[in-house]
Design a protein around this ligand. Structure first.
Ligand code: PSU
Ligand code: MN
Length: 299
């Protein structure tokens, strides 16, 4: 696989400057236009303001990019031919010289290849409701069970089966800590109702955990840092929209990789942008914390 680094990322890799990987599925399939582009740009700025270098990852015309130049970020946000790629799709997209945004799984895979160890996203993929029948479990979990990345997220989306996802994280030996919280966040909600065993208060503490993982060789799987959003969605509204979204997906026969984008879009439309506002806050806050962790790791 040919990998191309942006000028900024290439320089950072050379000098050992702190780097933060960013995914592109959120840009192409998770946020509506035109806010997707402005958020992508703003998130990169936040990472820089916190002293790290952003590496947004995507495939354009068969080339795997680690770090996007300005026009490439525009392409990912606005082009209509951007597929959604998980790890298993990478080779096909690359060989066919087509384009794709990368999920948490695919972004983690490429970040590890590039030697980047900290990643910021919105919410992880997980076990879907009804997975006992559909077997729909995101490839994000399997990927985090075999790659070493420290990923900052706001938990998993409430559209998923949160309890089952937590069980799978445990089975796969994926590390899990709450940032200034004892409650596993539910993406749009600050508390999913599930309690966390480990809580940390600072980026320095997270960096110490990452170093201890290396020393103890428990770094053959990933570390999830759950960072709850400060202002959550209205709960009653959230629950109603979730219900109508799940019913809509079932009625329209939405399955496979289309499920997550469908439900996110439903939330954004049905909440008149309230969920979008929360979603954007989540990505910004996670990027800032990821940058702080990357910087702390260099100390
Ligand atoms: N969280 C968001 N927005 C997103 C996603 C997660 O807030 O768009 C994306 C991520 O790229 C994640 C993917 O890896 O959804 C999971 O998709 P699936 O459930 O099909 O594995
Ligand atoms: Mn799925």
């Amino acid at each position: 696989m040919s990998i191309q680094y942006s000028k900024e990322v290439a320089a950072a890799l050379k000098s050992g400057a702190p780097l933060v990987a960013l995914e592109s599925t959120i840009i192409s399939h998770g946020l509506p236009r035109p806010s997707n582009l402005s958020v992508a740009i703003e998130v990169e700025e936040i990472v820089r303001a916190h002293g790290a270098v952003p590496a947004t990852i995507a495939i354009l015309d068969g080339v795997v990019h680690v770090g996007l130049e300005a026009d490439q970020l525009v392409a990912i946000a606005n082009r209509d031919d951007i597929a959604k790629a998980s790890i298993r799709d990478l080779a096909m997209i690359s060989a066919a010289k087509t384009s794709a945004a990368t999920t948490v799984a695919a972004t983690s895979h490429i970040a590890q290849l590039a030697g980047i160890s900290v990643f910021a996203t919105g919410g992880l993929g997980g076990v879907h409701r009804g997975a006992n029948e559909s077997f729909d479990e995101s490839a994000d979990l399997g990927a985090l069970g075999k790659l070493d990345i420290a990923i900052v997220c706001a938990g998993v989306k409430s559209i998923l089966d949160v309890g089952a996802t937590l069980e799978r994280l445990e089975t796969l030996s994926i590390g899990l800590v709450g940032y200034k919280t004892n409650a596993f966040p539910g993406f749009y909600l600050t508390d999913s109702g599930f309690t966390l065993e480990h809580r940390v208060e600072s980026a320095a503490q997270i960096a110490a955990i990452i170093k201890a993982r290396r020393e103890l060789s428990t770094d053959s799987t990933s570390l999830v840092i759950a960072n709850p959003v400060k202002v959550e969605m209205d709960r009653t509204r959230h629950d109603a929209i979730l219900k109508s979204g799940l019913a809509g997906a079932a009625a329209q026969g939405i399955t496979g990789k289309a499920v997550t984008p469908f439900l996110l879009e439903h939330f954004h439309t049905a909440s008149d942008g309230e969920s979008l506002k929360v979603n954007i806050e989540i990505i910004k806050s996670n990027s800032a914390l990821a940058a702080d962790i990357a910087v702390a790791l260099t100390k």
